[in-house]
Unconditional design. Structure first.
Length: 128
């Protein structure tokens, strides 16, 4: 059985600056669960072009508000508490946090190694 609390993750190697916020990684590859579970904060007012070439991701919003911009279709989807979105086709997208921090509970499959972070400079998307 694995039991972790957010208070025990903050300030450790599992508290990763992912580029425009923090990813608190409750489960990573070495935990042997074949998926990762994170508590992710996206800083207010940020816009991140993201793509997961090696992972599928599902996110559930628990605080704040933002948007997902689908780069393929041009659609914009509002994200508010109680909204789930799944990037089931390695979708390239913009994650936008509105005027307040956006907090998401995220599942990655396969599991993150644990130290991944985005490189948000340049014209292309950041992927891992």
């Amino acid at each position: 059985m694995i039991i972790r609390s957010l208070n025990n993750i903050i300030g450790t190697s599992r508290d990763v600056d992912w580029g425009n916020g923090k990813s608190r990684r409750f489960l990573i590859e070495k935990d042997g669960m074949d998926y990762s579970l994170t508590d992710t904060i996206t800083k207010a007012g940020t816009k991140s072009l993201l793509e997961y070439k090696n992972h599928l991701e599902t996110c559930y919003c628990i605080e704040g508000s933002g948007e997902i911009h689908d780069t393929q279709t041009g659609e914009i989807h509002s994200i508010t508490p109680g909204t789930m979105y799944a990037l089931n086709e390695h979708d390239k997208h913009y994650l936008v946090a509105n005027a307040e921090d956006l907090r998401l509970v995220c599942v990655f499959s396969p599991a993150l190694k644990g130290d991944e972070s985005h490189k948000l400079s340049g014209a292309g998307s950041s992927a891992y």
